[in-house]
Design a protein around this ligand. Structure first.
Ligand SMILES: Nc1ncnc2c1ncn2[C@@H]1O[C@H](COP(=O)(O)OP(=O)(O)OP(=O)(O)O)[C@@H](O)[C@H]1O
Ligand SMILES: [Mg+2]
Length: 436
């Protein structure tokens, strides 16, 4: 409509059309300036709104901890501040857009008035007919209407562009861990070996802090190796490097003899079953949570995993049994129940390499003993790495690696380590076993 009306305006009167075009040209910089402003303010409004939503989500997710620490009013206050900031950003965005619209309406109606005035003088001077002026005014009304709609759309596009910038940024984030162009195949069948070669590693968020310092060890097929050491020593960090959640800055991590950097991460992870220190349970049924380990497992395999991990013991007490919905992050289950689900999941995975990070720490002594037996059955002819604070659970390991402040400080069997009386292991053991 704008293009058509403009052409007809030029056909009707060159002089008046020139005037209108001049007005449009004058207004373009203002349009661009406020357009940009709307865009950046829209981005700000989106960011601040996301901030306040994140705050609310975190606080509501941990509502018990907030209450236990009596922090309700402080959290409510920071939420109010965050929301107020988001509101102000939205107000400013709306203000900028209002200015944009006002400028356009002013220029459009202003030029119509000027055109009418000049046109009327031309009609009186006899340069154009009254009809031609009427025609021109009609066309310019069409053109102004179309321009109004266009500017409306322009404003909306800028608004959306500001909001979309955030999404675009997220979409363009490149993961650090990517599969190589031509990944090296892992040997078939899996030899089930894990090896760290002079591995030094710092978390990307803490580049100056070495979480692991020149760590080397090898675990062969069927071996059970325990990693013990004080809290924060770097035990879980080792478990993060084996499935390649991070790349070490120095040294190599080998799974089945292949550097994990050269292999397809999916293929590496396929060979690993892990029970993490803080197992995650999804907001679905107990059954679906266990099947998460291997969705195509048969009924019998699922049943066997359920029995081995002693999940059957507590599902009978749930109203809907195995189909009970466990709530967001498994809030409707106890810590030990969540842990048993994670163990069942790992058993079901049936992978040659097993990583157990404090896998039975939340179980009572009886269940722990039972699950321990199941895990030991699972460990036979599998390569297992176990992290445990309770040394009783690692006593029977083939080998124990003692790690402190990111470094291996000792390695050997329970019997040999306990003899180094000034060693860290003997010290820890002395505190745990009264018989020394
Ligand atoms: N995602 C992370 N980003 C930055 N630093 C981290 C991260 N995870 C752990 N760390 C740091 O790395 C060090 C080793 O942590 P790690 O989780 O390996 O300890 P751990 O031996 O498993 O301890 P625990 O027995 O308490 O589980 C700690 O100093 C910890 O603060
Ligand atoms: Mg840990």
């Amino acid at each position: 409509m704008f293009a058509g009306a403009l052409i007809m305006m030029f056909v009707t009167s060159l002089k008046l059309s020139g005037l209108v075009v001049l007005a449009i040209i004058l207004v373009v910089p203002t349009l661009v300036f406020f357009g940009r402003k709307v865009r950046s303010l829209s981005r700000l409004a989106q960011d601040t709104l996301a901030g306040s939503a994140a705050l609310a989500q975190e606080a509501l997710g941990a509502v018990k901890d907030v209450q236990a620490n009596n922090q309700q009013s402080r959290i409510a206050k920071s939420f109010a501040i965050a929301t107020q900031t988001a509101f102000q950003a939205a107000c400013e965005r709306t203000r900028a857009r209002a200015v944009l619209t006002a400028v356009i309406i002013f220029v459009a109606t202003g030029s119509v008035v000027v055109v009418l005035w000049l046109g009327a003088k031309d009609v009186m001077a006899g340069n154009i007919s009254g009809g031609a002026l009427g025609q021109f005014v009609l066309y310019s009304a069409f053109a102004a209407g179309a321009l109004g709609s266009l500017s409306e759309v322009w404003g909306e596009v800028q608004l959306a562009a500001g909001a979309a910038e955030r999404l675009a940024e997220l979409q363009e984030t490149k993961p650090d861990i990517v599969a190589p162009a031509s990944p090296k195949a892992l040997p078939q069948p899996s030899p089930g070996s894990v090896e760290l070669e002079n591995v030094s590693f710092s978390y990307p968020s803490r580049p100056d802090d070495q979480a692991l310092n020149n760590v080397s060890f090898k675990v062969s097929k069927g071996e059970t190796v325990a990693i013990v050491g004080p809290s924060g020593a770097g035990k879980s960090t080792i478990f993060g490097l084996i499935p390649r959640f991070y790349d070490p800055q120095d040294g190599k991590v080998l799974v089945d003899g292949v550097d994990v950097k050269l292999a397809d991460p999916d293929a590496v992870r396929e060979r690993i079953a892990a029970v993490p220190q803080d197992p995650v349970v999804f907001s679905t049924s107990v059954l679906e949570n266990i099947r998460f380990g291997r969705p195509d497992a048969s009924e019998d395999e699922v049943d066997a995993a359920i029995r081995a991990a002693r999940v059957d013991e507590f599902i009978s007490t749930l109203p809907a049994g195995i189909n009970e919905q466990v709530g967001e992050r498994g809030v409707k289950l106890s810590g030990g129940q969540r842990q048993r689900i994670a163990i069942a999941r790992a058993i079901l995975r049936n992978a040659p390499i097993l990583l157990l990070d404090e896998a039975t720490s939340a179980l009572d002594a009886e269940s722990e003993q039972y699950v321990q037996v199941a895990l030991e059955n699972l460990m036979t002819d599998r390569t297992t790495l176990v992290i445990a604070h309770r040394l009783a659970t690692v006593r029977n390991a083939d080998r124990i690696i003692v790690i402190d402040a990111g470094q291996i400080v000792a390695e050997g069997s329970h019997q040999s380590l306990i003899k180094e009386t000034d060693g860290l292991y003997a010290r820890l053991a002395k505190l745990q076993f009264s018989d020394g």
